[in-house]
Design a protein around this ligand. Sequence first.
Ligand code: NDP
Ligand code: GDR
Length: 325
Amino acid sequence: MSKSALITGITGQDGAYLARLLLDKGYTVHGVLARRSTDTLWRLRYLGIKDDVRLLDGDVTDLSSMIRIVDRSKADEIYNLAAQSFVGTSWSQPILTGMVTGIGAANLLEALRIVSPEARFYQASTSEMFGKIQEPAQSERTPFYPRSPYGVAKLYAHWMTINYRESFGLHASSGILFNHESPLRGIEFVTRKVTDAAVRIKLGYQKKLKLGNIDAKRDWGYAGDFVQAMWLMLQQDVADDYVIATGKAATVRDMCRIAFSCLDLDYTQYVEIDPELFRPAEVEELCGNPSKAFERLGWSSTTSLDGLIAMMVDADLRRIERESL
Ligand code: NDP
Ligand code: GDR
């Protein structure tokens, strides 16, 4: 019999790629669809899988809907990807971020414990939990020091996942994922903001691009590679936590140079620094050590930063040209 999976956050970047991966593997895929006044299904449409997934109405802040959905989906694997995931917004909406990103995970774990304790659980943890820790490459043994309400909420969810594993014997794993991007990345995140703006500048629709701290360093990978690691974690006999990263970091400045040069432009002519875009507390540098994932899961990143940014620029070029017709 084919396996069944439940994805919260299925309308987000990772949810869409993970849904496609699981459908390709023959899973029946259920997804939690939160009520919104706008259409959130564009990523599922982009991948051509909107009609292949079973969408269930619910919200991770609502325990009753999570219990109902976990029960109804009869999922063998539950992936909790739902979050208020934009770090910047977490300072203006810290309580909401705590409710969705932190308590939301606890609700899922409770639903699992109550109605489906044999299901396997994946929690979307993040390198933002390391925050201010300045070790050269962060691993599963690196201590945490989150620097935003988002990072704090994620750390709560991370420890709850470990706690439910140890307290109730749930097969619950956390992937500590470093930044990963794609043509499906939300426009508020810096990579998409840059690739979209570079294309608009090239086509004459925009003149300048305002950014905040372009000296921040991130370890950027491709979301399509990273969702494979999520699945691999749930195929292990024993649940555990894994850092998922490329192992290479670059500055926002480097990323701008790559994006603009894909279009034969010099980023220094267009990028302006806007102090309003600096964060109240910055994570200056993140670079992961993915050796445990390589050794135990056989996983490694296969996409270079240049390749990733070129893919995003190309997709934005096609999208903006199509829109302008
Ligand atoms: P996105 O922001 O693209 O997607 C977030 C998803 O969460 C959307 O489907 C959104 O639904 C859903 N969601 C938000 N609030 C609720 C709610 N109250 N109830 C149910 N669903 C809700 O994030 P990504 O795909 O980039 O990331 C996936 C997960 O991985 C997130 O938890 C993120 O924090 C984490 N992560 C991401 C990394 C990255 O670099 N991308 C790195 C490390 C961790 P809607 O579309 O309706 O708003
Ligand atoms: P991040 O991603 O905060 O790392 O969180 P984001 O792309 O927002 O920022 C990366 C770095 O770029 C700097 N920056 C800017 N960022 C944005 N968004 N807009 C700007 O104009 C800008 N200028 C400079 C930021 O200060 C930061 O240093 C992402 C999310 O997906 C989280 O959910 C996830 O947990 C982490 O990655 C790992």
